[in-house]
Every structure is written in structure tokens, then in C-alpha cells.
Design a protein around this ligand. Structure first.
Ligand code: C5P
Length: 418
């Protein structure tokens, strides 16, 4: 039997940047040592422009004061069923109606047990039974408590009722032991909540994204590469994942953290990137080539380290395979999207690549223009379709550009499905 609030979490919204904008997040804090981390979590949701209200259990108040959250949110904090009953603002029923999403972090074995059994004996547990919005549970406790069969059974039951979970991490625990029980990374909690709040319009699609630079080794410690950061590729992978797609990210070396919940395949050279793409190509519906693979590699790989005593002979180069052009030949009914970073004649060259690589559309950007293309957090692109249309987008954060590119992919899918 399902539970309607947790079941129907996905709301149709506009672009993904605004998923939290003006949305009502209720953060529930229960009594574990990780409660102090919830202050930072509050700030993170507020940075995303969410409106946050905090509910605390009595034992949470032993770890961190309501005043901390009251100061951060500039709103009253609900701590007790009877005291807050008179207040319209934090009455448990009105707060339940107000919530667009509820995040319980940290969630103790106690609240998990109460939720699993329908117990309502304080503000939080009563409020949780009245909530119709999706609920994200972030357990945190001692490893033995977490592994206790009763706790595990409660979690399985809550999952089956469509509550969302962010599993605890492994590592040193406050109680002096080690194991699984640490509150998940706060970024992962925000990501899961973003997922819960996003339209799931790409569900059923498998999307592969190539991302970042490649490195072509010359000797054992030196390589040729380019200045690609991987930011555009990661933004695409995250956007597709948040919208319900299964995502495979094939990425060259980058400093960006491995994105939450995304199958990430790290590669070095262009040939390695091609091998990874070919290995998984059969099972993808969409391939977006956002990587900047090196077009050349040193023809000979030198063993050891080339000594600096003599200026070495010029490095002879060999051509690398073109990954997209390769899969373009066996495209079938898959959707292929490429990028074209051009220093001049952008539209003309991009059109040529669209044809040569057998793409559905290409995303062109101007090298050298301020705030766009390589390394930046923003991008100004033109989308060129097979029919020859050119859509020039304004300078936008890469996350928004990613959303618009995937909107285009979705239109092609919808057109084909009729
Ligand atoms: O021809 P050019 O390298 O400019 O084309 C850029 C597009 O082709 C990008 O989508 C890039 O990811 C892809 N590409 C590729 N394999 C290469 C070089 C580029 O898939 N070796």
C-alpha cells in the first residue's frame, strides 16, 4: 500500500536552476551528533533560494539550540507539539500543508522506528503523518544501531512506501567506532532533494555524456592536454540524472567531484574515451559529446623520463580517432549531440561537423568570447539543428545551458513518439 505524499513527489517545473526557488523546505532535525551539520544544510537550501522552516525533536535541542536555526531562517522553530499548538505559523497541520518537501537530517533510529510504525507522540512525528509532500530520510547513527535488523527492516518498509533515502556514509563515527552510519555528504542530501523536486521527464532514457579533456602521454610523467574543465559535461550529466535518466558519464581527468548517483567512467586518453563510449554505446538512447578529446597524441610513448640534459627532438604527432564521428556511423535511431568550439566562422564550421559526424544537433560556442566555452561557469551557445535552424541562447550558467540542451533532446524524443 502506497502513501500518497511520498508517492507523488515529482512536480513539473521550469528549468532546473529554479527547482528550489521559493519552494518550501521543512528540515527536520533529530537527536544525533550530526545535528550540528544541519545548520550548514539549512544555509545550503537557503542559498538555493528555498524558504526553510526547521522542526526539532527534544533530543535534537540537546545537541544544537533552536536559536541557531531561528537565526539562520529568521523564522520560528517548531520544537514541541503542545507549546506550538497555539501558533498558526508552526501548527503541525499548517506546516505540513506548507511543505513542498521534507528533509529529515539527521534521522535517528528512533524517528525511523516511529515513522515505520505510524507513531505520533511529538511535534515531528505528528507533523510527518500529516505531510503530503515527498519526504527525504537521511539516517545517521552508530554502525551497530544502523545494522540492527529492526532498523534495517524499518528502512526497507519506509522505502517500499516511497520515502526517499540518502544512505549514511562510511568512516569514523562520533561514538569512536568505524563503519556505515555517518550522515551522508550534505551535497548529496541537497542533490537527492533536487532530484525529488525535479520533473522526471527523462525517465526511461539512458544518456551517455563525454566530458572534460583527455591526456596524451609523452613519457611516464608528461602529457599533452587542453584547458577543458569538464563543467559543461558534468552539468549535462547532473541535469539528465535529476530528470530521471540513467546516466553514464565518461570523463577525462578533472578536479570536479564525482557526481552523486551517476555511473562515472574515468578515462585518460582519447583512445580510452573511445573504448569506454563504444563499450556502452549499444545500451544508450542519447549520446552527448561535451568532451574536448585531444585530436593528436605523441606518436611514440617514451618509457621513463626524457632527460632535460639535451633539448629533445620535436615530438612527432599521430591523429586520434574522432569518437563522435565513429558512433555517428552506427547511429541507428539514437540521438547524437555534439559541441563545436570555434575561434572563427562558428556557424559554418559547426554545420560542417553536424553533417560529418551525423548528429541530431550541435551546440556551438565562440572561443575567446568573455564568460563562455572552456573553464568558465557560464556559456553562450548557439544550437544548430539538422533542419538548419540556429537558436542563439544568451550567456547563461552551464547548468541552465544543460537544461535547455536536454529540453531539445526531449523534444526530439517526444516528436518521434508522436
Ligand atoms: O571536430 P571537433 O573536435 O571540433 O568536434 C567537436 C565535437 O566532436 C565535440 O562534441 C567533441 O566531444 C567531439 N569529438 C570527439 N572525438 C574527438 C574530437 C572531438 O568525439 N577526437
Amino acid at each position: 500500500m502506497g502513501f500518497p505524499s511520498a508517492l507523488g513527489g515529482h512536480k513539473q517545473q521550469g528549468d532546473l536552476m529554479s527547482v528550489f526557488k521559493d519552494k518550501h523546505v521543512v528540515l527536520a532535525v533529530t537527536g544525533g551528533i550530526a545535528a550540528y551539520k544541519s545548520a550548514e544544510l539549512t544555509r545550503m537550501f537557503m542559498t538555493e533560494e528555498a524558504m526553510v522552516r526547521v522542526v526539532m525533536t527534544k533530543s535534537a535541542c540537546q545537541f544544537i539550540t533552536p536559536l541557531t536555526f531561528q537565526s539562520l531562517t529568521r523564522a520560528p522553530v517548531a520544537t514541541d507539539l503542545w507549546e506550538s499548538e497555539g501558533s498558526v505559523e508552526i501548527n503541525h497541520i499548517s506546516l505540513a500543508d506548507w511543505a513542498d518537501v521534507v528533509v529529515i537530517a539527521p534521522a535517528t533510529a528512533n524517528i525511523i522506528g516511529k515513522m515505520s510504525n505510524g507513531i505520533a507522540d511529538d511535534f515531528l512525528s505528528t507533523f510527518l503523518l500529516a505531510v503530503r509532500a515527498p519526504i527525504v530520510i537521511c539516517p545517521a547513527m552508530n554502525v551497530n544501531m544502523y545494522n540492527h535488523p529492526v532498523v534495517q527492516e524499518n528502512l526497507v518498509r519506509l522505502k517500499s512506501l516511497n520515502y526517499h533515502m540518502v544512505d549514511p556514509g562510511y568512516g569514523a563515527l562520533a561514538c569512536g567506532t568505524e563503519g556505515q552510519g555517518r550522515l551522508a555528504e550534505l551535497e548529496h542530501i541537497v542533490e537527492e532533494t533536487r532530484f525529488v523536486m525535479s520533473p522526471q521527464d527523462l525517465t526511461g532514457l539512458t544518456v551517455m555524456v563525454t566530458s572534460g579533456p583527455t591526456r596524451e602521454r609523452w613519457d611516464d610523467i608528461r602529457y599533452m592536454s587542453n584547458i577543458s574543465s569538464g563543467k559543461m559535461g558534468v552539468a549535462l550529466a547532473k541535469n539528465a540524472c535529476q530528470r530521471g535518466a540513467e546516466v553514464i558519464l565518461v570523463t577525462g581527468p578533472t578536479v570536479l567531484p564525482v557526481p552523486y548517483k551517476i555511473q562515472t567512467i574515468p578515462v585518460g586518453s582519447t583512445v580510452e574515451m573511445q573504448e569506454a563510449v563504444n563499450e556502452h554505446f549499444d545500451r544508450v538512447d542519447v549520446l552527448i559529446g561535451a568532451a574536448a578529446p585531444m585530436d593528436f597524441r605523441p606518436a611514440k610513448r617514451v618509457k621513463g623520463k626524457v632527460k632535460k640534459t639535451e633539448v629533445p627532438a620535436p615530438i612527432e604527432l599521430a591523429s586520434n580517432p574522432d569518437i563522435l564521428a565513429g558512433v555517428g556511423k552506427k547511429k541507428g535511431d539514437k540521438i547524437l549531440v555534439g559541441f563545436a568550439a570555434e575561434a572563427e566562422n562558428m556557424i559554418k564550421y559547426a554545420r560542417g561537423k553536424l553533417e560529418a559526424k551525423n548528429l541530431d544537433f550541435i551546440v556551438a560556442n565562440q572561443i575567446g568570447a568573455p564568460g563562455t566555452a572552456f573553464t568558465t561557469d557560464t556559456n553562450q551557445v548557439s544550437i544548430i539543428t539538422r533542419a538548419g535552424e540556429v537558436e542563439e541562447l544568451p550567456l547563461l550558467p552551464k547548468e541552465e545551458v544543460a537544461g535547455l540542451i536536454l529540453d531539445r533532446v526531449l523534444s526530439i524524443v517526444s516528436e518521434r513518439r508522436g
